[in-house]
Design a protein around this ligand. Structure first.
Ligand SMILES: [Zn+2]
Length: 307
């Protein structure tokens, strides 16, 4: 059984907007802890989910079900101990004591909902997978809806998924040189390559636009024309942005010091990015350009990111 203390330290570490245990009890039977929907999930969302689910459920016997019915593998691990939860890029892996590994990919529409209560609450909407474990403040329920993939397999399936992914800047085992080599060998635009999960894992549309902006790289610049030092800096920027995203639970890429924003001031979503979904560049005021790359609109500033 998970002890409250471990959850508290986790809460402090990640600065969740969660209530105290007393407040939680008062708010029972159900309380939404997190809303991951800050746009389409990128790597930070996945790593944050892995940390949270690990803290809340790992080491416990978990009831696994599929209220909606489409997660047909639920019975395979129902009643087993969840050992750990791992994130790689946009993929989540649930390691079960049975040796099986659950795989979740949120895709564009997937989301989690975490609730506490004296008993399991009724599923809200089409819940594909429900993980329920006991804690000293009641039942922790993690509901997953709308994922692209939710399945349970033997370990080789995880290995196969990892084999086709590039390095993930949020993982300690990541090797940026792999990304740099892949990019340098390609004539595709850097804005296209950044979204390719086999080149670098975890970057989505917001971080693509913002990292390229900060590095002053035009999204159509061919990978082969990017210097290794530029790509190392791009990696470092993406890594810094993603880490901040995990910590904040939202995407804020602007530099407070540059814009003279006090540390205590909340940055609203529309001012949290330099170029992404903006009409004018936050830095120079010029009109932001939009082009379709890798099926998503890429935003860039023609002044700050010359070709
Ligand atoms: Zn600009």
């Amino acid at each position: 059984m998970k002890q409250w203390r471990s959850y508290r330290s986790h809460r402090t570490h990640l600065r969740y907007r969660t209530p105290t245990p007393r407040e939680l009890r008062q708010k029972c039977p159900a309380h939404d802890l997190l809303d991951y929907l800050d746009g389409v999930p990128e790597g930070h969302t996945i790593h944050r989910a892995a940390r949270e689910h690990g803290k809340l459920l790992a080491g416990s016997v978990i009831r696994v079900s599929s209220p909606q019915g489409r997660f047909t593998d639920a019975g395979r691990v129902d009643g087993s101990v969840l050992e750990s939860v791992e994130a790689y890029g946009k993929h989540l892996f649930y390691h079960w004591a049975t040796g099986d590994i659950g795989h979740v990919h949120l895709g564009l529409f997937g989301k989690f909902r975490v609730t506490f209560g004296p008993e399991q609450i009724a599923p809200k909407g089409a819940v594909r997978m429900r993980l329920a474990g006991e804690s000293d403040i009641g039942i922790v329920t993690v509901d997953l809806s709308g994922p692209t993939d939710c399945s349970v397999d033997a370990p080789p399936v995880r290995d196969k998924i990892l084999a086709r992914l590039g390095p993930d800047p949020l993982r300690r085992d990541a090797d940026p040189q792999k990304m740099i080599d892949r990019v340098r060998r390609s004539d595709r635009g850097i804005g296209d390559l950044l979204m390719d999960q086999s080149v670098i894992a975890g970057v989505g549309n917001v971080y693509r636009a913002e990292a390229l902006f900060v590095q002053g790289l035009h999204p159509l610049r061919p990978g082969s024309q990017c210097a290794p030092s530029e790509l190392q800096e791009l990696w470092d920027t993406v890594q810094k942005m993603l880490r901040k995203g995990v910590k904040d639970g939202r995407i804020v890429t602007v530099d407070r010091a540059e814009l003279g924003i006090a540390r205590s001031k909340h940055i609203p979503r529309e001012d949290a990015t330099y170029a992404y979904k903006r009409d004018q560049c936050l830095r120079c005021g010029r009109e932001i350009s939009r082009i379709e790359i890798a099926n998503r609109t890429c935003y860039y500033c023609p002044t700050d990111q010359p070709r």
